[in-house]
Write a protein that binds this ligand. Structure first.
Ligand code: NAD
Length: 497
């Protein structure tokens, strides 16, 4: 184990300053490829969290709420340029922190810049409406206003991308934020504070409190937030929503999934196999929209399974910082243990293991948290393997005969985040998209994202939306103003005739 006294140490970021946590406590963040600690992160307590919220509130009240949309747009565009110019460095940092391959983390940073530009474009186009009433001597308008102070809590799988989904819209709308990244991957969020400064945001608009679930819970139960936007597990989501319920703070929840990716016999099979493969094994399966349940129509079932198995056998596992690596590590030890536990329970449930099924070892893999790309076939939808989110490179393949059966299996889950359909039949595309109860449906593609399109789920996958116009509306409130400009005095107690 490396000497933790010599590791870079990060403090909290409040009011534009590095602030030591009151507890004086720091904990190590581990590189899942080397197994070594590589940075020290501060553990914030409830007082630190309260200070950050108070600072954000004062900043909002005294300066930030009076900025014009155009000023905010310019800041967001500058931020986008800085992020883009640092994409490679930030990609390396994130890869070191969570084991996601460098190609993905770098392109996520480029996408982050896209998010800041997308919402920067909105910042000076946020306007309300004039509402004509039944009287001509009254003028009524409804304006769109920022909420105030937003609490943001994120997961470890894509810290900057998850932050960007929330932050870009929150800042464009004119809010201040207090961010709590995952204790397993906080470094990029802390490095990002410098970009906020370089772009010229006033101190106090963007604040970061780091720490484990206790810090998250302190933020979720704190007074003084106007909204909380959370990405993470259903367990934490429930705890946050119930804590926020006590202060009547509204919440956005971006939670997990067990998304059905459905291949019909008439699909372009080559494309469908590549799409299904990337749908589960990209990001080492550690993505909320992973197509973790693959439903395949029986006439093409064997062909699809053998195509996937052949490709899985060739996946290049290795150093996530290497450009040629195709699959990185599990992001941290608890997640690795969780994936292994699910693989073992799938074996005992009676699913047929096609390929993988254990830790990947050999050479440089021995030191890291590598999982073999794993495929189980002949899975029944009631198995734990098909019902629980694994959040790892484990695919459950389920056969089906008819379209109705595919829809029924697809919807037979507590989750409702995403789904995929592979078919050439245009009528089926529309029928099945309409029938699936998920927030997002991909047809003849999978896991494709864009700044413009709303992202989010239904059922246990959460509520609220990120990205797109809907993502902006989450951080605005409507104020109605009615102005009576009549010269006539009206007695409200007079009986109307
Ligand atoms: P997690 O819920 O354990 O942690 C997420 C964040 O919440 C962390 O910052 C953590 O410290 C904090 N937290 C944990 N318990 C808390 C509590 N009781 N109160 C307040 N804060 C608490 O999730 P994770 O393991 O970091 O991430 C994996 C999960 O995230 C998966 O379920 C995955 O599907 C989900 N996810 C969802 C999306 C989406 O957009 N829908 C995207 C990525 C990840």
């Amino acid at each position: 184990m490396g000497n933790i006294d010599t590791l870079p140490s990060y403090e909290l970021y409040i009011g534009g300053q590095s602030v030591a946590p009151r507890s004086g406590e720091h904990f190590p963040s581990y590189n899942p490829f080397t197994g070594q600690p590589w940075a020290m992160i501060s553990q914030a307590d409830a007082d630190d969290v309260a200070q950050a919220i108070d600072t954000a509130r004062k900043t909002f009240d005294t300066t930030w709420k009076s900025t014009t949309g155009y000023e905010r747009a310019k800041l967001l565009f500058r931020l986008a340029d800085i992020v883009e110019a640092s994409a490679e460095r930030m990609g390396r940092l994130e890869t070191t922190d969570n084991g996601k391959i460098i190609r993905e983390t770098t392109s996520q940073m480029v996408f982050l810049a896209r998010m800041f530009r997308f919402y920067g474009g909105y910042a000076d186009k946020i306007w309300g409406k004039v509402i004509p009433l039944d009287r001509t001597d009254v003028f009524d308008y409804a304006s769109m206003e920022p909420l105030g102070v937003i609490g943001i809590i994120t997961a470890w799988n894509s810290p900057m991308a998850l932050l960007g989904n929330k932050l870009a819209a929150a800042l464009a709308a004119g809010n201040c934020v207090v961010v709590k990244p995952s204790e397993h991957a906080s470094v990029t969020t802390l490095e990002f504070c410098r970009f906020i400064e370089q772009a010229g945001f006033p101190p106090g608009v963007f604040n970061v409190v780091t720490g484990d679930a206790r810090t998250g819970q302190a933020l979720a139960s704190a007074e003084g937030l106007d909204k909380i936007s959370f990405t993470g597990s259903g367990v934490a989501g429930r705890a946050i929503a119930s804590a926020a319920g006590h202060t009547l703070t509204p919440v956005i929840l971006e939670l997990g999934g067990k998304s059905p990716n459905i291949i019909f016999a008439d699909a372009d099979l080559n494309k469908a196999i590549v799409g299904a493969f990337a749908g589960i094994f990209s990001a080492t399966g550690q993505t909320c929209v992973a197509g973790s349940r693959l439903l395949v129509q029986r006439p093409i079932y064997e062909q699809v399974v053998s195509g996937l198995a052949a490709r899985a056998g060739k996946v290049r596992l290795g150093n996530p910082l290497d450009q040629s690596t195709e699959m990185g590590t599990a992001a941290n030890q608890p997640q690795f243990d969780r994936i292994m536990g699910f693989i073992e329970s799938a074996k005992s449930e009676g699913a047929t293991l096609v390929t993988g099924g254990g830790r990947a070892t050999g050479g440089e893999l021995d030191q890291g948290l590598f999982v073999q790309p794993t495929i189980f076939q002949d899975v029944r939808n009631e198995m734990k393997l098909a019902q629980e989110e694994i959040f790892g490179p484990v695919l459950a393949v389920i056969p089906f005969d008819t379209e109705e059966e595919a829809i029924a299996i697809g919807n037979d889950t507590k989750f409702g985040l995403a789904s995929g359909i592979w078919t050439k039949d245009i009528n089926r595309m529309h029928r099945v998209s309409r029938a699936l109860r998920t927030g997002m449906v991909w047809v003849n593609t999978y896991r494709a994202v864009a700044a413009q399109i709303p992202f989010g789920g239904v059922k246990d996958s959460g509520y609220g939306r990120e990205r797109g116009h809907e993502g902006l509306l989450e951080f605005l409130t409507t104020k109605n103003v009615m102005i009576n400009f009549s010269d006539v005095e009206r007695d409200p107690f007079a009986i109307q005739t």
